[in-house]
Design a binder for this molecule. Sequence first.
Ligand code: HEC
Length: 165
Amino acid sequence: MIHLFSKLAQIFSLLALCVVGILVALVFVQADIKKLEQEEQISNWACGTVSPSEHLVLDTAIVSDTIIAGKALFENNCQQCHSAGADVVVGPGLKGILERRTMEWVVPWVQNSQRMIAGGDPYGNALYNKYNKAQMQSFDLTEYEIKAIMAYIQIYKEYVYLSDK
Ligand code: HEC
């Protein structure tokens, strides 16, 4: 009888140890998930999706040099044919462009859209036909300059709001 009792005690203490082990593991997994979520937010932001931190930056009116440079580049090179909003000018409005296209597509497109069309890019060809074969000229802009233009377009609405104040 005593023997059985001590066996049971052994089994219970083993079970208790397992439960503690699982709880500790869960705490670590939770911490990892939190970290992953944060990293994802940061990388989303770097790719252009609006994040809470972007609004924070704008609320404190710190508009970065990149966006100011992007605005000037847009006005000098693109505005004659594109709006940063949704309206069509000569070409499509560029609002939400990074939801339609990746940055890896946009950069070579701006540098030489005709080369991409001739190379058979399906999206480029469809767009070219839709806009009655209106040609977008090539731009001798660096990847950074094109990314700055995209950054400005991403926050265009907020930028207007800030400069109105
Ligand atoms: C002379 C007019 C013109 C200028 C200037 C111009 N574009 Fe375009 N763009 C177009 C046209 C027209 C299209 C539609 C495709 C076509 O016909 O080649 C287009 C398409 C685009 C697209 C694809 C849009 C979409 O909705 O998928 C992007 C991105 C773009 N242009 C960016 C720029 C940027 C950035 C600049 C300035 C550096 C610029 N364009 C300057 C005429 C122009």
